[in-house]
Design a protein around this ligand. Sequence first.
Ligand code: IMP
Length: 200
Amino acid sequence: MKLILASNNAKKLKELKAILSDMDIELCSQKEAGCDFEVEETGTTFDENAYLKAAAVVAATGIAAIADDSGLMVDALNGEPGVYSARYAPGGHEASDREKYEYLLKKLEGVDDRSARFVSSICCIFPNGDIIRSMGKCEGEILRSPRGEGGFGYDPVFMPSGYEKSMAELGTEVKNRISHRANALKDFKKKLREYNGIDK
Ligand code: IMP
């Protein structure tokens, strides 16, 4: 089946493609599907924003669309940056990944409680209006300084629980096995198989 990823983030597309590679899915980017727009994330929850993104793309194309709305929740910051993860630094959406995680590290200067989690909300909408939703998390802690070059976003400053390396140091194979996105997509794959009448 053909699915369009409602996102303009090339690194997210790469991760979704790898994680969904064992399914019979042809995953295309929003751009490949001719959707030259950025959906405004006006929701206050990951679930709402994932729905808004998938709904806009399925409405524009008539083809099933999947969206991942994700972010980092830091306990000492009462869950921030949360849904604002992509625009969490002076400069908003224009800020680079590095500026965002440096801003986060500054906010956490002198803070001992480093506990945090990545969260991913997946929403897949079919042209007939059917919806599949899934949620995944990855627990961990915020490092004192960045480590590693892999992944994207806050990966250099996030160390998953049970590991001694940052998400950016762990590499693609490990990240795509343990990440919030991997956990959400594991549940999504199960629900999609059931939806398609397989694994009933
Ligand atoms: P959105 O889901 O496109 O609204 O953006 C989510 C933002 O959260 C990204 O721009 C990153 O800053 C952050 N984020 C989401 N997933 C990851 C991840 O796997 N690693 C690091 N940062 C992430």
